[in-house]
Design a protein around this ligand. Structure first.
Ligand SMILES: [Cu+2]
Length: 126
């Protein structure tokens, strides 16, 4: 009887956890006090989605936590990269930089590191 109650509690906790984070959704990093911080380390960004407020200028702070590898952030209309909306200065390992991003229209855009295009993700403007 006691064991059955224990299993019931575990199932309840699992169900609550699943409800809090729907399967398949990508959690987007949001700005805090107007600054959206992204860290690059081990040839990867620490988020695959940047959430920016539509119609508002915002700061993206790139923290390069590598020893030496340089990185930047560039934003394009989509993954074809045919239209570039922003290209950030390259920052060396161990340094950080603040990019001033002009207001964007609502929509879904694409970002990457121009040196390492495999470091990329989406930009959700809403
Ligand atoms: Cu890079």
């Amino acid at each position: 009887m006691r064991a059955r109650l224990g299993i019931g509690l575990v199932l309840l906790l699992v169900a609550c956890g699943a409800a809090a984070t729907p399967t398949g959704s990508v959690e987007c990093r949001e700005p805090v006090n107007g600054v959206l911080t992204v860290t690059a380390d081990s040839l990867a960004f620490d988020t695959g989605c940047l959430a920016l407020p539509a119609g508002e200028a915002v700061t993206i702070r790139l923290v390069n936590a590598e020893d030496v590898e340089p990185h930047n952030v560039a934003i394009y209309t989509d993954s074809s990269k045919s239209t570039q909306l922003f290209s950030g200065d390259i920052v060396d390992g161990g340094e950080s930089i603040d990019y001033q991003i002009d207001a964007l229209e609502p929509g879904t855009y694409y970002f990457n590191c121009t040196i390492h295009p495999a470091m990329n993700g989406s930009v959700a403007v809403q």
